[in-house]
Design a protein around this ligand. Structure first.
Ligand SMILES: C[S@@+](CC[C@H](N)C(=O)[O-])C[C@H]1O[C@@H](n2cnc3c(N)ncnc32)[C@H](O)[C@@H]1O
Length: 282
C-alpha cells in the first residue's frame, strides 16, 4: 500500500470513528479493506482511495469503518468489573435511588450484546428480589451490522461458553437448534441504538452507570479525553464510570477519579465518592 493511500485511510478513520491507526497496522488495513473494495466494484485499493478523494458513494465510508472496528467481546468479560457492578455499585444505587426505583445504565461500544446482556442478567436477578425496580440499559455502538446481531440475542455454543456460567445459561436462555436465544424478560431491559462516540452526545440522556470497556484503547489521547469528558456530562453527579485495565486514563483528564479500592471504577472528580488517585495521577 502506498503511503499516500495509508494516510487517506488513517485520516478517514480518525475523523469518522476515532480509530488511530499506526503504520504497523498497514497489513490489517489492506486485508480488511480488500473485500470492501471488491464489494464496491473497485479493482484495487488504489482506485477506492481515489473515489474517497472525490465524492464517495453513501455507505462506502460506513463499510470502511465497519471493516476496521474490532468487535471482540464475551459475556462477563474480565469478571471483576461485573463483580464491582453487583457488589459495590448496585447496593449504593439501591439506597440512593430507593424512592424513584429507576436505574439507567449505558453500555457504550456494546459490540454484539454480550456486555449489556451480562448487565441485564445481573439486573434481572436484582429485580427478582425487588420487583418494583425498573432498570434500563442503553447499549450503543457505531456498527449497524454488529447492532443487528446484538438485537437478535442469539449466540453460538462457543460464544456462550466464553464467560457465561452454565446456571445463568440454563436460567436465561433457550436452546434453539445450534444457537442459544436470550429470554425476552432479560432482553427487554436493553435498548440498542446506533451512536458514534466521537460525535456529539446531545441526544443521549443522563445515566447512573456507564460501562465503556475495550473501546477507548483504539483512540488517541486527545480523542480519549474528548470522549471521556463528553460521557461525564451524561453521568449523574454520583454516578459510576466503569472502564478496563487497557484503558489507562492517567494523564488524560482531571475530571475523573478512581473510586477508592475499586479497580476500574471511576466517578466525577468533584463528586461525593471517595477517590484514591485522580485520573491525572496527581
Ligand atoms: C472490542 S469491542 C468491546 C465490546 C465490549 N465493550 C467489551 O468490552 O467486550 C469495541 C466496540 O466498540 C465499538 N466502537 C469502536 N469505535 C466506536 C465509536 N467511535 N463509537 C461507538 N462505538 C465504537 C466497536 O464497533 C466495537 O463493537
Amino acid at each position: 500500500m502506498k503511503l499516500t493511500d495509508f494516510d487517506v485511510y488513517k485520516q478517514l478513520l480518525l475523523s469518522q470513528s476515532g480509530l488511530d491507526l499506526s503504520q504497523e497496522k498497514t497489513y490489517i488495513l489492506e486485508s480488511r479493506l480488500k473485500p470492501v473494495a471488491k464489494k464496491w466494484g473497485y479493482p484495487a485499493l488504489g482506485s477506492m482511495t481515489m473515489a474517497l478523494n472525490g465524492v464517495p458513494e453513501p455507505g462506502l465510508i460506513d463499510d470502511i469503518v465497519e471493516a476496521m472496528t474490532n468487535n471482540d467481546t464475551s459475556f462477563f468479560r474480565d469478571g471483576q468489573p461485573f463483580e464491582s457492578f453487583k457488589k459495590d455499585v448496585l447496593p449504593y444505587m439501591e439506597k440512593s435511588r430507593a424512592k424513584a426505583k429507576t436505574l439507567r445504565v449505558w453500555s457504550a461500544g456494546c459490540s454484539s450484546g454480550q456486555e449489556p446482556y451480562s448487565l441485564a442478567i445481573i439486573l434481572k436477578e436484582m429485580q427478582e428480589n425487588a420487583p418494583a425496580w425498573k432498570p434500563q440499559i442503553l447499549a450503543t455502538d457505531i456498527s449497524d451490522e454488529i447492532l443487528e446481531q446484538a438485537k437478535e440475542g442469539r449466540y453460538t455454543q462457543f460464544e456462550v461458553q466464553r464467560g457465561l456460567p452454565v446456571q445463568l445459561l440454563m436460567k436465561h436462555f433457550q436452546q434453539e437448534g445450534d444457537k442459544w436465544q436470550i429470554d425476552e424478560d432479560v432482553a427487554s431491559i436493553v435498548t440498542f441504538y446506533k451512536h458514534n462516540l466521537v460525535e456529539d452526545m446531545n441526544r443521549l440522556d443522563m445515566f447512573d452507570v456507564i460501562f465503556c470497556r475495550h473501546v477507548l484503547t483504539s483512540f488517541n489521547k486527545e480523542t480519549q479525553r474528548k470522549v471521556l469528558e463528553n460521557m461525564l456530562e451524561h453521568l449523574e453527579p454520583d454516578g459510576f464510570l466503569i472502564l478496563d485495565d487497557s484503558e489507562d486514563v492517567s494523564n488524560i483528564t482531571d475530571q475523573i477519579k478512581n473510586v477508592e479500592g475499586r479497580k476500574n471504577v471511576f466517578a466525577h472528580a468533584n463528586g461525593p465518592h471517595v477517590g484514591s488517585t485522580k485520573a491525572t495521577g496527581t
